[in-house]
Structures are given as C-alpha cells and as structure tokens.
Design a protein around this ligand. Structure first.
Ligand SMILES: [Zn+2]
Length: 506
C-alpha cells in the first residue's frame, strides 16, 4: 500500500530570486511559512542558468546528466522516453486520473522540460496575468500537482541588478501573487491535504547569473504541510524537489534520479546520502591528454600493487583500481576541465575511503589542485586515521601544514590562483622524513618528530580531516587523487611527471 501524506502538491518557482527573499519585505511568505520549514542555502545546479536549474528542479538530476540548456529547451520537446522523467511523468504513470497543471511565464519549460504527452494543463503569460489565470483555474480544478514559474523577478535582476531595490521590489510584488494563489487553497479548504512549496531556480550577481558566486548558486526553499517539520531544513539541493514531490504523493521515485529527501523536512523521514551527480561547469578544458592518461597507464607507471587508491575524479568517486570502498558525504561536484578529464569541486562535501592496509614503510599522496581563488586557510586536503592517531594536510595560505597528532610540519608553497599544481606528500618512515614535492621539482624535506612512530593508516578522507569535523571547507578543484603504499623515490616521481606531461608511461 502506498502511504500518501498529501493529496496534492504545489511548487511555485520564482526565477532569479535566489535567496534574496530574505532581503525583501515578504509578509505573505513570512506568514504562509511561519509554521513551515525553510532553507536559504539550497544549492542549485551549475551553471546557474534557467534551463539547467529548472531542469534539475523537475527532472531530479544535474545539468551534466539532463544536458538541457536554454536553447535546447527553447527549440526541442523534452524526450517523452527520457531516462530522466519529470515529476509530472511519474505522477501520471502512477495515476491516470491525476490533474496536472503547469503555468510558466517562461514558456520553454512547458515543452522543453515537461513531457508533451501527459495531459498537463499548461498556460503562459506575464506574472500578473499568469496569477489571474492560475486563480481562475483553481476555482474550477484541483490539481494533484501544480507547478508555476514566475519570471519578472529575473527580469528585474537583469535590468537593474540582483539585490537592488528594484529587484527586491519585484520579489515583494511576487509575494503578493503567491498570496493570491495560497488564498484560493485556503478558501477551498484544501490546505490540510496540500504540500505547498516556494523556491527559485537561481539568484544573480551584478546584472546576470550563470556563475558560482553564493548569490547565484544558493536559493531559498520553503515548504508547509501537515508532516513538515517546522524550522530549518537540512542540506538540500534543487534536484531534490522531484523526490520531495513524489514522497508527498506516496510514489516511488525513479532509480535514475539523484535528488533525495533532505533531512529535517518531513516528520519521520531521515535525510539520505545524496549520490554525486555531474555538474556542467564552464571551465577551460583539461591539460593532460585524457586519452593517453588512464588507469592502466598509471598502474603501468607506478605499479598497480603499490596503489592503495586512485580517484580520477571523472564523473564518479569510486577507486578506479578497485581496491577500496569509497563514499561521498555532503556536496561534491564534478566539473569539466580537470587536469585529466574532469575534476572535483567541493562544497561542504568530502570523500571517505576505508580498509587501507599500509605497510610500515610509509605512504605517499599525489594530487592535482587548482586554487580557484576561494581556497580558505585551514581547509584540509586529506586526513588519514587509524585507531589511535591520524594525520592531516591543511592549507594555510602560503604554507601547507602536515599535522601528525600534536606535531606540525610546515612546508612553504605558492598555490597561485587559477593554476593547476601537482603535489606529492611523502611520509618515508624508514628515512624518518616527510617530503612535499610541488610540480615534480621543488622538494622540501623535514624530519619526522623523534617521538613519532608510524604504524600505518586504515582510512582516509579527501577534502576533509580524518575526523570529518573541519568546518573550513576545501573550496578548490582537485583531480587525480592517488594514494600509494610506501615512499615514492625520485625515479617514481619522474615517472609520474612524465605520465602527466606526456600521457604515457615509462
Ligand atoms: Zn532563471
């Protein structure tokens, strides 16, 4: 039996409003969601462009997966057999009698994202007229799912600047439109059985959007309904919306969706780990020859048996050599333009790998890093742990700090903005040394503390310390994360350098 918390769902989206709602005077939203749940840090998709973000909001996956762009949704109908069905399609497949409605000021959504064969009632108009049409429709119809896209706020942002008085004033006008729609539900006595939600596709910065600044990529999401937990919703992304809609209506979501129900949204529903999903970020293409650089070539270069784990960071987080279990935590993105193929960008997310069996000779960690200008002091590149002690490599501005328990070893670095740099951290337990090698050339060697005894590590986090509790997030792009047993020799380093420079093994 399906459990059906709600008989109907309303999702009102305000194009270009981001999280500027909280700077605007929105008495209606405040009142509607006073007993509801909100989150002003919902991560939308990247690039922060309408088709990409509305696509994620209705299709449950990121743009790198659904591949929609503004011109595609404008010119083509959405594939009615796509592996990534819209929430509309899943509702229709479960309920032939469902009443479905989509009112979009920006009409391409109605044919470029919503499938055309589902008998969805559709209309388009400017926001004020659209509101008239919605209210008239709701007098006569009771949609199972009502989706609305308002567009004038984005217009005000492009015209006057996002966050300006004019932009905020348009949000305030939209607050009134939302009230009118809400009032119909209230007047008709439908609120008890309705999940009512408001969100945005993206924000903006200056006069545009598409980038990854906080004002572009974070949006508000608000929900009210009888099972909604009042307060602040947990970690959420815009691609979670379809999973939320289906949960409310009691239907299973497609296995291909990567959105999940956030924590602390519905009573009795725990948040689930969200699978990593590609983001199509516009960056310059990779540097090394991705065709020649591959796992087999790397194994040939350094020896497969020495590799403890290798994460190419191309569209998946698994260990490409297949020895270690890996898991993702929090927000991670794959981005185009890594050093080889794609790279990985971290929000509050990190990767964990377990079951290492290290020898007592030491270990080596190699990775490419691009400081995109937002790298913060105190962020950890990685942390290793075993039952009694750990170690962490942390960025401290012009130094890397390698902490071994209470001991700290500092290395001077020049992590110049916008450039790919390769790092190798080598703990040579036999020579009792720690070495940091930058770009295969500059080698700094430090003595291990006299009191330190290396006993091998059993687990690791990438982009976090070993405990996973560093509140400073590693906001840079990493690629080609390689962990080896034992200390790399200078010959090994030459082979690795040649591999990345030439895309060939020795
Ligand atoms: Zn938009």
């Amino acid at each position: 039996m399906n459990t059906k918390p709600y008989q109907r769902v309303v999702l009102l989206g305000v194009d270009g409003a981001g999280r500027f709602f909280r700077q605007a005077n929105t008495p209606n939203l405040d009142q509607i969601f006073a007993s509801g749940a909100t989150n002003y840090d919902v991560l939308t998709s990247e690039p922060t462009i309408s088709a990409e973000c509305w696509g994620s909001m209705l299709l449950g996956v990121s743009p790198k997966v659904h591949k929609l762009t503004n011109s595609i949704v404008d010119e083509r109908r959405y594939d009615i057999n796509s592996k990534y069905p819209s929430a509309f399609r899943i509702i229709r497949e479960n309920d032939p009698d469902a009443v479905l409605a989509s009112f979009c000021n920006w009409n391409p959504i109605n044919h470029g994202i919503v499938e055309c064969n589902l008998d969805v009632y559709q209309d388009t108009a400017d926001d004020d007229e659209l509101t008239d049409k919605i209210c008239a429709y709701l007098e006569e119809n009771t949609p199972t799912f009502l989706f609305v896209q308002f567009d004038d706020v984005d217009g005000a942002g492009h015209g006057h600047g996002y966050g300006t008085a004019e932009h905020l004033r348009q949000i305030e006008t939209t607050d009134g439109y939302i009230r009118r729609i809400f009032d119909v539900y209230e007047k008709r006595g439908l609120l008890d059985t309705t999940l009512f939600m408001v969100t945005a596709d993206h924000g903006g910065f200056g006069h545009s959007h598409g980038g990854s600044s906080d004002d572009e990529k974070y949006v508000m999401f608000a929900a009210r309904g009888k099972t909604v937990v009042p307060g602040t919703i947990g970690d959420m992304e815009i691609r979670d919306c379809p999973a939320i809609i289906l949960h409310a209506l009691g239907y299973a979501r497609p296995a291909t969706w990567t959105g999940r129900i956030p924590a602390n949204l519905f009573e009795g529903v725990a948040g689930e780990e969200r699978p990593v999903d590609g983001h199509g970020s516009a960056q310059t293409s990779g540097i090394a020859d991705a065709d020649k650089c591959n796992t087999e070539a790397l194994c040939a270069c350094v020896g497969r048996e020495r590799i403890l784990s290798y994460m190419p960071m191309d569209d998946y987080i698994a260990d490409a050599v297949g020895k270690k279990g890996t898991a993702s935590h929090g927000k991670l993105y794959f981005v185009d333009g890594g050093y080889v193929g794609g790279g990985m960008k971290f929000e509050d997310g990190y990767i964990s790998a377990s079951d290492y069996q290290m020898s007592e000779t030491g270990f080596s960690v190699c990775f490419w890093m691009k400081n995109n200008g937002t790298l913060s002091g105190g962020a950890s590149f990685f942390g290793f742990a075993n039952t009694d002690a750990g170690c962490t490599l942390t960025y401290e501005g012009d130094t890397f700090c390698f902490a071994l328990g209470e001991e700290k070893i500092s290395f001077a670095v020049d992590a110049a903005e916008g450039e790919w740099k390769h790092y190798m951290l080598v703990l040579d337990a036999m020579a009792r040394e720690v070495r940091l090698v930058c770009d295969f050339e500059s080698i700094q060697t430090k003595k291990l503390p006299d009191t330190y005894t290396f006993a091998g590590f059993t687990s690791m986090n990438v982009a976090q310390n070993a405990a996973g509790d560093n509140a400073v997030h590693l906001s840079c792009v990493l690629d080609e994360f390689l962990v080896l047993d034992g200390a790399l020799t200078s010959d090994d380093m030459e082979h690795i350098a040649a591999y990345y420079r030439n895309g060939v093994s020795k």
